[in-house]
Write a protein that binds this ligand. Structure first.
Ligand code: SF4
Length: 125
């Protein structure tokens, strides 16, 4: 018992070219989304749109982050030294900015005049 030949696989010499030409647009239409449908990687987010870190954020509280270095409780954080601020911390991304990203708080910005207990002095250039 012979199985019916699918129409796309019927390669009778008399109609192969005609069938190919007729099916070409269908193949192209089916193929285009595959070629052009590759997802593009999302552009990197604009750091200037990141929210400012709230001092009440549990992660910020855990390291004693304050937006204004004048409010550092020196009894709780005795390792704090005068002149230590986020903008001269190694984890602060753009020292020239008043608010910038900190490696410790992804997708948030911290204040240049802030400080936290994870402070690491930036090495001199
Ligand atoms: Fe500021 Fe450095 Fe603490 Fe980040 S790690 S909040 S830049 S002191």
């Amino acid at each position: 018992m012979a199985l019916p030949t699918p129409i796309l696989l019927d390669a009778t010499p008399a109609c192969t070219r005609r069938r190919f030409i007729r099916l070409l647009p269908i193949g192209a239409a089916l193929g285009l989304p595959v070629v052009h449908g590759k997802p593009k990687p999302a552009p990197p987010p604009d750091p200037s749109t990141f929210a400012q870190l709230d001092e009440r954020d549990p992660h910020a509280k855990a390291v004693g982050y304050v937006e204004d270095v004048a409010r550092v409780d020196r009894r709780v954080y005795p390792k704090f030294t005068a002149g230590s601020t986020c903008d001269n911390c190694a984890l602060y991304r753009v020292p020239a900015q008043a608010w910038s990203e900190c490696t410790l708080f992804p997708r948030k910005r911290v204040a240049a005049r802030g400080w936290c207990d994870a402070y690491v002095r930036r090495a001199a250039p």
